[in-house]
Design a protein around this ligand. Structure first.
Ligand code: NAD
Length: 369
């Protein structure tokens, strides 16, 4: 079969290469059993790229990222590079990738498989079966607005300024993605802002409402961001897709993440604008970092990376059936009690990263039989 699905793998640092290896195992399985092949290129990012090229993102790696259909990233950073100059630190490579690829929509699912409902900080009945998708605007708002800075006034007072700024176009494009995704899920969108006290909130609410008119089949609600935080911990299952700005999205997505119990289970996707062929730039990465404390020990939970690959299959390659198959394999493996140490009760009976990959393949074999 033609190898036309172009994928760039950037394993990065720490546990990044270990969890990425389990995606390679799944890609081999898909090649063998589903006759689906990917055109995979490998590259360096973060500390690994600093060691090899003196910069956390080499120009040719960036060019590769711009040319492929999707980028899969492990994690960057670690104490080894704590002392490097700020402009080449590992995270700078990741930020540059996101910026150059104009990845304005960050998708963070918070799902709780019944087998892990006990790991949540909330009561089991509140979270079991939870399936929320947070769509966070990623390239605008207060993290990028100008003017910003800290100044000292004539009387010696120090004054800090950040600027929250959004154009209607920036709001519209991220809301449109949220509505499109809701159409493929249970069909409900909440849009969170602070229209009661912020001008950007007023514009956000107006534009989200306009976009909603183009999606009459989707149930639509505006919600104030502070109430949204309360509702997330009160009754999270009321949400399906939640779209919000960069700052509120940063906070609300971390809050939703905790409902699921483990960092090792959380994937993410970042999407850019579609070109004239409908192709979107996209990068998929686990929410967790490089976990230097367990790196190199075959202990990391690979499921967040695997679920990032599942999102890649769904959103970049329209391979819903394959995505569902791998997702089901993850659920079955957990139902069978297989756990890496981060999700095993008091670490008892934990299996390795490699063993989790092998368990997934065995499960896929039986699902596909
Ligand atoms: P971290 O996510 O790397 O680790 C936090 C804790 O969770 C650690 O105890 C770690 O062992 C555990 N953990 C994380 N992922 C796990 C997994 N898959 N399986 C099992 N346990 C897991 O966050 P941190 O310790 O704050 O940061 C470590 C490094 O990672 C820093 O250099 C930081 O800058 C970087 N970082 C990178 C990213 C990224 O690449 N997107 C994100 C966050 C942090």
């Amino acid at each position: 079969m033609a190898a036309n699905k172009k994928l760039l793998m950037l394993p990065g640092d720490g546990i990044g290469p270990e969890v990425m290896n389990q995606v390679r195992v799944l890609i081999d399985w898909m090649d063998r059993r589903r006759h689906v092949s990917f055109d995979v290129t490998d590259g360096l990012v973060g500390g690994a790229a600093i060691d090899a090229h003196g910069t956390s993102l080499a120009d040719n790696t960036l060019a590769d990222a711009m040319a492929v259909d999707a980028v899969l990233l492990g994690a960057v950073g670690g104490p080894k590079w704590d002392g490097v100059a700020r402009d080449i630190r590992p995270e700078a490579g990741l930020l540059k990738l996101r910026k150059e690829m104009d990845l304005f929509a960050n998708l963070r699912p918070a799902t709780v498989v019944p087998a892990l409902a006990k790991s949540s900080s909330l009561k089991e009945e509140l979270v079991s079966g939870l399936d929320i998708l947070i769509v966070r605007e990623l390239t605008g708002g207060v993290y990028f607005g100008e003017p910003r800075g800290i100044e000292t006034l004539a009387d010696g007072t120090r004054r800090a300024v950040d600027t929250q700024v959004y154009t209607d176009g920036e709001i519209e494009r991220v809301c449109r993605i949220a509505f499109e995704l809701a159409g493929k899920r249970s069909g409900k969108v909440h849009s969170a802002e602070k229209a009661n006290v912020m001008e950007t909130g007023v514009l956000w609410r107006e534009v989200a409402g306009q976009v909603a008119k183009d999606f009459p089949d989707i149930e639509f609600h505006n919600i104030l961001a502070d109430n949204c935080a309360m509702q997330l911990v009160r009754w999270p299952k009321q949400f399906d897709v939640l779209v919000t700005d960069n700052l509120f999205g940063d906070i609300l997505s971390d809050c939703a993440a905790m409902l699921t119990g483990s960092l090792g289970m959380l994937p993410s996707a970042s999407l850019g604008a579609a070109d004239s062929d409908g192709r979107r730039r996209a990068m998929y990465e686990p929410v967790h970092g490089s976990a230097p404390d367990i790196a190199g020990q075959d202990l990391a939970n690979p499921l967040a990376m695997v679920q990032s690959f599942v999102m890649c299959l769904k959103y970049s390659f329209d391979m819903g059936e394959d995505a569902d198959l791998i997702d089901q394999a993850c659920k079955n493996v957990l139902d069978a009690g297989k756990r890496t140490s981060d999700i095993a009760e008091e670490g008892v009976g934990a299996i390795s990263t490699t063993a989790m990959g092998e368990a997934l393949v065995a499960e896929l074999d039986s699902l596909a039989a």
